[in-house]
Ligand binder design. Sequence first.
Ligand code: PLP
Length: 401
Amino acid sequence: MKNIYLDNNATTRLDPMVLEAMMPFLTDYYGNPSSIHDFGTPCRGALERARQQVASLLGARHDSEIIFTSCATEATSTAIHSAVALDAKRREIITTAVEHPATLEVCEHLERQGYTIHRLGVSAQGELDMAQYRALLSERVALVTVMWANNETGVLFPVREMAALAHEHGALFHCDAVQAVGKIPIVLSSCEIDMLSCSAHKIHGPKGVGCLYLKRSTRFRPLLRGGHQERGRRAGTENIAGIVGMGSACELADVHLPMMTAAVAPLRDRLQHELSQIIPSVMVMGGEQPRTPNTLNIAFEFIEGEAILLLLNHAGIAASSGSACTSGSLEPSHVMRAMSIPYTAAHGSIRFSLSRYTREKEIDGVIAALPSIVERLRTLSPYWQQGKPQATAGDFAPTYG
Ligand code: PLP
């Protein structure tokens, strides 16, 4: 079977109903929502309806808590910059070592400006070090920013508990929920998270649109200043078609949410089980932790993930790997490094990420194709030839450069 798409944590296909909802706003309804004439009216109405749809998926208390942005990266950047601008005496940020670059790069930028950045470590299973977190919290912390679900492993972090702890020290809490939204239930009205980022293209919506949830009465400084759009919190003429698409994608994600646990998780579990049974020397990353229902990160020891990906691609299967080719050498990702995954395994890690569109026969296709790919690459691997024993996380000291 050709064209098996299992890279939904990277991006998802647009739901046809989302496209249908967007089309009028790419054709007939081209008005500016700020205009008071009749061209603006339908756009203004659509903008507010989309806000309701997003607020409803996130379980927000008020629609006005949703600020539309161009992507989750912008939402996260806005949240972090806002938090540090509010109180000159608070010069520390707590985050984790496994965040998306959308968070890590902003923190690094602030570090160069003199802020202290604490990066929480994780165990070999991807579990956050909560003792370290408690010890780092103080009146000097402006913001805690932690993802709800890790994009590489799907491991879920206890963000609600962490937000409550941050508040005990007067720190704000931001959550990158890009990989959690639409996969697990989220009820922001009943937790203490102050700010949260999400993105439409991870939930079968369009690219180029996201939002920042800002809990009512949370102090805030806008990143983009200019016009009065989004109640002065994010200037710039609204991407109405994109926003309508995001609203529609959120409504559909709400409808399909039960399917993620009832239908998608069993497919993921079957893929994990069968591959672990058929192929020797595999490790499931974060497999013992609570995970998003759609993500499987599995490492095939002693071979290169990029080589597996190329052969999978040749077989019509799209997935992604935990190592990135930088300056000619394959480096395991920062997530694998933070988890101290043995080098021999981190190199051969593959992420399969499913969606509500994934079908059983596609999983069958991977189970049929992958064992021979792994076997073929292992016959070429000098490490495999040396007959190294099966490794488990922690067996080897990590040897990252
Ligand atoms: N955060 C996480 C966890 C992600 O997986 C991604 C996208 O891969 C982003 C942030 C960035 O989202 P966007 O593409 O909307 O900027």
